[in-house]
Design a protein. Sequence first.
Length: 379
Amino acid sequence: MKLRIPLLVLALSLVLLILFRLFPSFMDTIYSSFLYVVIAQGVSFITALIPFSLAEILIYLLFLIVVFFLVRGILLPAFKPFAEVKVIWKKNLHDAAYLALWGTSFFLLGSGLHYHRLPLEDHLGYPQQQVHPSDLVNLAEALAGEVNRAASFTRRNAEGDMIPEHTFDRYKKDIALAYDSLAFTSGLRVGGWYPATKTVLASRGMSYAYVSGFFFPWTLEANVNKDVPVFSLPAVMTHEQAHARGFMRENEANFLTYLIARHTLSGDLKYSCLLHSLGYVLNAVYSTSPEEYFALLSGLSPRVLYDLKKKHAYWEQFSSSFGEISQKVNDAYLKANAQAGGVATYGKVVDLMVADFKINKEQVQQNPERSVYIGEGTH
């Protein structure tokens, strides 16, 4: 009897999943772009009232509960008769099934269904096409110029480290405004106020796991690693906010981070998103043409090179078997959620960036009065 309600909710979730597979366009409109948006903004507003990451606390509690019941289960036979132990274990397994059913349902409703929504390129009307090496280089050169320009507006100390221009809460507001601007100009349902972006207390531990942020579908919180270099933090927040707004595929969250750079007046946010995007493009160029890669590096400003080196040095110190295991777990998770490329999906953002660059370049050439596709603002 106790399992009836969670079984019904899970059945509803599975029906919605089947409908997403059969009618992705219809379900994208009804669920991802409407019902979820209303629910997520409401839940995010409530969880934002809690000043710490509820997700982090729940993870700790779950770990402690699992350890407690495992130890208890191992020690019980030494103190109680087998018949009583059997009854206790039966109840424990029943309770575990109860929680698992609710957990699976909330996962599907909070994020799992979005892995099966229409691809972002369909929303934007981008054609599928092969990426030519010359297109990739052209994008890289243009993006490098924009990163250099954005870096020149960042504040630095005597050592060259970036000084944050705003507080964490101000960055949250800047990101929300940028998503509203993107929604207005593109028609994407990414606008609205999703205030539940939280820093994680155990951020150093996240770094050892090679994790800079994660979206928690059970509380709809965007959780970020506060220990990452300061120039990375706004982009991480933007990426996790893309998940909170219903775009769960990693390449799409990265692409939305790239688009946000042209929809903000915040210099730090613009630079962070552009630098984040440049990393993926440089990796793609290196894999196709190492000579072009080093030529691009030579054209980057000292500030950008300093930050790239600092980012590499930061993550290098956490290189360990634990980080490799974490990446494998993340890879398995992504593959289990219809992202066949696993962690390689992160890098597929470059395909979207090239398509966007070609479309916008053609539009700029046809209409010289149109603002530059990734500018410092609208001119």
